[in-house]
Ligand binder design. Structure first.
Ligand code: XBP
Ligand code: MG
Length: 253
């Protein structure tokens, strides 16, 4: 089957949102609520094993703060997370979150080639809207046929729910699509939905196990800024364009 659609993760894949956005927003939210919690970059690296901001907060309380007392941890995590989301959106609205190399170019080339596009992410829907509209303009939200985000599905990544949901909505078979991810939880999720995945690593994920990836790259690359291939079949391509996607799709899907 021919390649029909591209499905993109958001955090860490489209932009370095974890380091420059989510971590900053979590710490600002803690401060605003008078909590003396500070998540270092090193600690956040570990906490990222837990997907979903609310679950991450609860994991932190349960595993790092044995003394912390609250009557209702779910309600506490929910309201803390709502504040964190507000702060995150403000950071993105301030224009502090550029897309990673090659992302804008690939979106434009894929659209020109008639490939369908969608998003499959764990993050809160408002965060996706903020990132896309602030980096590409509000009209770019319409480039994505489906924006599958947050708790629209019962189980977050690494479960395959979000990718299966997007495939269902698009009425596509996994073999007609390629997923783009940056993390172990992400590729496990895509693989559960039978998708083949291209990985672009970042500082939090470059040591992850990406078994089954069609290729592992440092980023998508640009014409004058070639990607670095970490693992994959040799290719003439130096940046990820539609021709290279078709080559990978023919080899792997
Ligand atoms: C992203 C996540 C999210 C973000 C924070 O994972 O796990 O929790 O870290 O966003 P992926 P929220 O890139 O695999 O989708 O606080 O809105 O959850
Ligand atoms: Mg990610």
């Amino acid at each position: 089957m021919a390649l029909q659609a591209l499905i993109f993760d958001v955090d860490g894949t489209l932009a370095n949102t974890e380091r420059d956005g989510h971590l900053v927003a979590f710490n600002l939210a803690f401060k605003e609520l008078g909590l003396d919690w500070v998540w270092s970059n090193e600690l956040y690296h570990k906490l990222l094993d837990v997907t979903g901001g609310q679950l991450r907060i609860k994991h932190y309380v349960n595993n790092y703060l044995p003394e912390f007392k609250t009557d209702d941890l779910d309600a506490f995590a929910l309201s803390l997370h709502q504040l964190k989301t507000k702060i995150y959106v403000r950071i993105v609205d301030e224009g502090a979150m550029p897309l990673r190399p090659g992302v804008t170019r690939l979106f434009q080339e894929a659209r020109a080639a008639g490939l369908r596009m969608a998003i499959a992410t764990t993050t809160t829907p408002a965060n996706v809207v903020a990132l896309i509209s602030n980096t590409l303009g509000e009209e770019a939200l319409g480039w994505f046929e489906v924006i599958g985000a947050g708790d629209v599905v019962p189980n977050l990544k690494p479960a395959g729910d979000i990718y299966s949901y997007v495939l269902d909505q698009m009425n596509l078979d996994a073999s007609e699509c390629i997923a783009f991810e940056d993390s172990r939880n992400g590729i496990v999720s895509a693989t559960h939905a039978n998708l083949k995945t291209i990985i672009t690593v970042n500082e939090y994920t470059d040591t992850h196990d990406f078994t089954g990836a069609v290729v592992i790259l440092n980023n998508l690359g640009e014409l004058n800024q070639p990607f670095e291939m970490i693992e994959g079949n040799p290719t003439e391509s130096t940046f990820v364009d539609v021709a290279y996607l078709q080559e990978l799709h023919a080899q792997h899907c």
